[in-house]
Design a protein around this ligand. Structure first.
Ligand code: C5P
Length: 244
């Protein structure tokens, strides 16, 4: 299948989540998809099961790593964790905005200092706002936040920008307002994206890849619609085709 300019440009902004505990499966997904996927996301499942060799495997395939460990701890611990992550030369890493301003600032200081010391590229620091699996009811009744999701996410985005983070993770429904408030350079990474007709799984706030990009997402993250497809390569090709 040939790809036009828009498709090529947008496909460089698709991140595939390697959500598996099985190293062989992760490796085979990278091998199958690397032609079309520039960045693979390694989250807590793969990292806990396989450790840094998962990062090494993606880096050796010539692709970038989004290390999604969602750090959330006291500022000193997050500082030290971010420092430890720099050595893996990842392109992006995540921390929870709800950890507060001081925690995020420590993450920025640690990343800048360690990258400079080791003469390595500074990864993009991305703040996790509200998980895209949470519904309005969950947020109100379980977590006890009285404000609507959109308002909380907007507030979190502002806090992340104030702390010096490069961007945030937010669902497609929040993109427009975040863009309006925090400008064109603030990165918006959008998971919970589902191609037309795909299962929503446990994601509550979902839109299609094209809708997410049209709204202004910098990157989209897709896991199960690609990785659990009968043919991940075909599923990915269909996503790219839908991006015109
Ligand atoms: O399989 P699926 O496409 O739902 O995977 C989405 C990925 O994005 C998962 O790896 C999940 O951890 C991550 N994520 C998310 N919502 C957030 C932050 C990260 O779904 N707010």
């Amino acid at each position: 299948m040939t790809q036009n300019k828009t498709q090529v440009n947008l496909k460089n902004r698709i991140i595939v989540a390697l959500d598996t505990a099985d190293f062989t499966q992760a490796k085979s997904l990278v091998k199958t998809l690397k032609r079309d996927v520039p960045i693979f996301k390694i989250g807590s499942e793969l990292f806990t099961a396989c450790g840094p060799r998962a990062i090494q495997m993606v880096r050796e395939s010539g692709r970038e790593v989004f290390l999604d460990l969602k750090f959330h701890d006291i500022p000193n611990t997050v500082h030290r964790s971010v420092r430890a992550a720099i050595q893996y030369e990842v392109a992006m890493l995540t921390i929870h905005v709800s950890g507060g301003l001081r925690m995020m600032q420590e993450a920025c200081v640690a990343a800048a200092d360690e990258a400079q010391k080791k003469n390595l590229e500074l990864p993009k620091l991305i703040g996790v706002t509200l998980l895209t699996s949470l519904s309005e009811e969950d947020v109100k009744n379980e977590i006890g936040l009285s404000k609507p999701i959109q308002e909380t996410v907007l507030r979190y985005a502002g806090l992340a920008q104030r702390a010096g983070l490069d961007g945030i993770v937010a669902s497609a429904f929040e993109i427009k307002r975040i863009r309006e408030h925090y400008g064109p350079d603030f990165l918006i990474v959008t998971p919970g994206v589902r191609p037309e007709g795909a299962s929503r799984d446990d994601q509550e706030r979902v839109l299609t890849p094209k809708e997410a990009f049209d709204l202004g997402a910098s990157y989209i993250v897709m896991g199960r619609p690609i990785t659990q497809a009968t043919s991940p390569a075909d599923a990915m090709a269909r996503v790219i085709q839908s991006l015109t």
